[in-house]
Design a protein around this ligand. Structure first.
Ligand code: SF4
Length: 204
């Protein structure tokens, strides 16, 4: 089975949608993420199956410029709260918060300056979006052009699905040929965790 652990997140991040790759890259560059970025990313990591203990290890080692004391005071509680380990009865009974859907990420809390959360297809300028896509290895001109058109017509998750299909085109073709892909698995992805799950299953 999958080894979903703190030390594997760099490797697993090749299966992440662009929103989460952007958070991951920003975290590795700055050794920090602001509040909504931490929340969006923590919930996604919870959704891929990273348990609370590993999630705390992940954040603690990622924030390597701060002391244990600062980490424990300012960040530990929020991660535990997200997992339902602390907080009110309802939060604990419910196991914390649910990972965010694309809809929520697209519509709520648009990122301000210095913030890395949100959906790059929506919240980045075309120039920055193109640079990010190229940075993660998407250089195919027709794909980049398609993304531009999707963005202009505000079909942001269509852009995301376009990129998914491009990245996985060989595996998708093989799975279709072998008849191991059901029509449900070919539906448009509308959740970052579904993106991960599908990508992971196609590659493993
Ligand atoms: Fe993330 Fe959804 Fe945007 Fe794709 S469409 S980058 S999964 S928020």
């Amino acid at each position: 089975g999958a080894d979903i652990s703190a030390r594997n997140i760099d490797t697993l991040s090749t299966h992440f949608p662009l929103c989460m790759q952007n958070l991951h890259r920003t975290l590795r560059r700055d050794a920090h993420l602001k509040h909504f970025g931490r929340l969006q990313y923590t919930l996604f990591l919870k959704g891929i199956g990273l348990n609370l203990e590993e999630c705390l290890i992940f954040w603690r080692s990622a924030f390597h410029k701060i002391t244990d004391d600062t980490f424990n005071k300012e960040y530990r509680y929020n991660v535990r709260h997200t997992y339902g380990d602390v907080g009110g009865d309802a939060n604990r009974r419910g196991g914390g918060y649910s990972p965010y859907s694309c809809q929520k990420i697209l519509m709520e809390h648009p990122p301000g300056p210095g913030e890395a959360h949100g959906c790059p297809y929506r919240h980045f300028s075309l120039e920055n979006l193109t640079a990010l896509l190229q940075g993660v290895g998407i250089t195919d001109r027709s794909v980049l052009h398609g993304v531009k058109e999707d963005k202009e017509s505000q079909k942001f998750h269509m852009a995301c699905n376009r990129v998914f299909e491009h990245i996985h085109k060989n595996e998708i073709k093989k799975a279709k040929d072998e008849g191991v892909m059901t029509s449900a698995q070919l539906e448009t992805i509308v959740h970052p965790n579904e993106y991960f799950k599908r990508s992971y299953l196609l590659r493993n």
